[in-house]
Design a protein around this ligand. Structure first.
Ligand code: NZQ
Ligand code: ZN
Length: 342
C-alpha cells in the first residue's frame, strides 16, 4: 500500500431541502457575493429565484453564461467582477463547468497576471476566494475536489489546475435539483463518474480494499444510471449517482493505490479542446477503444474481472472474458443513447 495524504475540507450538505442553509453558509464568509451560473437552466428550474430570495440580505453580483467546457474568457470576466466589487465569496450554482470556472476565478483573483498564464504555467496557488456550490448535475466531483479544467478556444487547449485552496468550502447537494437534467446529459455525467472509477481501478498496483470500494461504486453507477435515464425524477437513483460522483474522483476510494495515469481523461481533454465535445461523450467513445488498445496477457485478467463484476459476462479464458467485458461496456454506453463516434 502506497503512502498518501488525504484531506477533503469541503463541508457537504446532502439531501432534500438543504438549500435552506444557504443564507447561514454564505454570510459566514461575508455579504458581497458573486453568483455564478451557466446558460440558464437554473432560471428555468426556479433555483435562481430561490437563491436570490434566500440571499435577499446580501449584495449579489452575477456572472452568467458559463459554457460547458468553461472558457478562459468567463474566468477573466469573473475575476474583473470580483475585483471591481470587493467580493467576499463566490457562489457557484450548476455543474462541473460552473464550479471549475469559479475555482479559476477564485485563484486568479490573487494572481498578478493573466488567468490563462496562471493555468499554463502551473503557477503555485497559495490563496483563493472562498467558494460555495449548489450542485445541479452529478458528474465531475468538482463539488468536493481540488481540480478545475479550463478551455482556451484560441489555442485549442484544455488544461487543469490543482490546489488545496480551491476546494469548495461548502457544497449543497440536493438530488432533486438534478431532476431537470436532460437524459443525454444524465448519461454523459454517469459515464464521467464511471470513467473516474475505471481510470483509478485499471492500475498495475491497487489494494484489496480499494478494489472492493471501487467495484461497489461502479456497480452502483451501472445499476442506477438506466433508472435515472428513464425516470428523471427518481430520487433514489439521482441521489445514488450524486453521491457516487463526489466520491469517485477525490481519492476517497483509491488511497494507497499506485497513482493513476488517467489516460482516457488526458485524451478526452484534447478532443474537447479541439471539438468542444461533451466530456462524458468523449470518454464513452475513447474508453472501450483504449481498453482494446492496451489489451494484452497482462491486462486481460483485470478487464475480465471487471466484466464479470459489472456486467456478469465471462468467457472460457481471461482473454475471451476481457473481450466480452469491452463489448459489454460499449453496449452499456450505446444503451444510454451515446453516439459512439464523432
Ligand atoms: O449551463 P446550463 O444552462 O446550466 O446547462 C448545463 C449544461 O448545458 C446543464 N445542466 C446542469 N444542471 C442542470 C442542467 N440542465 C438542466 N437541469 C439541471 N439541473 O448540463 C450541461 C452540462 O453541464 P456541465 O457543468 O458542463 O457538465 P459537467 O458537470 O459534466 O462538467 C463538465 C466539465 O467539467 C470538467 C470537464 O472536462 C468539463 O469541462 N471536469 C472537471 C473535473 C474536476 N473539476 O474535477 C474532472 C472531470 O474529469 C472533468 O474533466
Ligand atoms: Zn471526468
Amino acid at each position: 500500500m502506497e503512502n498518501f495524504q488525504f484531506c477533503i475540507p469541503t463541508n457537504i450538505l446532502f439531501g432534500k431541502g438543504q438549500i435552506s442553509n444557504l443564507p447561514g453558509v454564505i454570510t459566514g464568509f461575508g455579504s458581497r457575493v458573486l453568483l455564478a451560473y451557466g446558460g440558464g437552466s437554473i432560471r428555468k428550474t426556479g433555483l435562481y429565484d430561490k437563491v436570490k430570495e434566500l440571499l435577499s440580505g446580501c449584495e449579489i453580483y452575477e456572472l452568467s453564461g458559463i459554457a460547458p467546457n468553461p472558457k478562459i474568457d468567463s474566468v477573466r470576466e469573473g475575476i474583473s467582477l470580483c475585483r471591481e466589487h470587493g467580493i467576499d465569496v463566490i457562489l457557484a450554482v450548476g455543474g462541473g463547468s460552473v464550479i471549475d470556472c469559479c475555482k479559476a476565478i477564485a485563484s486568479g483573483f490573487y494572481y498578478d497576471g493573466d488567468a490563462w498564464d496562471m493555468i499554463v504555467s502551473h503557477a503555485e496557488i497559495t490563496k483563493a476566494l472562498p467558494i460555495v456550490t449548489v450542485l445541479t448535475f452529478a458528474a465531475t466531483g468538482s463539488e468536493a475536489d481540488a481540480g478545475a479544467v479550463i478551455s482556451n478556444p484560441e489555442t485549442n487547449e484544455k488544461l487543469s489546475l490543482f490546489s488545496q485552496e480551491v476546494f469548495p468550502k461548502v457544497s449543497i447537494m440536493d438530488p432533486e435539483y438534478t431532476f431537470t437534467v436532460p437524459a443525454a446529459q444524465t448519461a454523459a455525467g454517469s459515464i464521467d463518474i464511471l470513467s473516474h472509477l475505471m481510470e483509478q481501478y485499471f492500475v498495475p498496483e491497487s489494494t484489496y480494499m480499494s478494489d472492493l470500494l471501487v467495484e461497489a461504486v461502479m456497480k452502483t453507477v451501472v445499476k442506477y444510471t438506466p433508472i435515472a435515464y428513464a425516470e428523471p425524477d427518481n430520487y433514489e437513483a439521482k441521489a445514488q449517482l450524486m453521491w457516487a460522483s463526489t466520491i469517485a474522483d477525490n481519492a476517497t476510494l483509491c488511497n494507497g493505490n499506485q497513482l493513476a495515469a488517467f489516460s482516457c481523461h488526458g485524451m478526452e481533454h484534447e478532443l474537447s479542446a479541439f471539438y468542444d465535445v461533451t466530456h462524458g461523450v468523449g470518454l464513452a467513445i475513447l474508453t472501450p477503444r483504449w481498453m482494446e488498445y492496451v489489451l494484452s496477457d497482462e491486462t486481460a485478467p483485470r478487464f475480465a474481472h471487471f466484466g464479470k463484476e459489472l456486467f456478469g459476462v465471462e468467457g472460457s479464458d481471461d482473454m475471451e472474458s476481457a473481450k466480452l467485458a469491452i463489448k459489454a461496456l460499449y453496449e452499456f454506453f450505446e444503451s444510454l443513447g451515446v453516439p459512439m463516434s464523432v
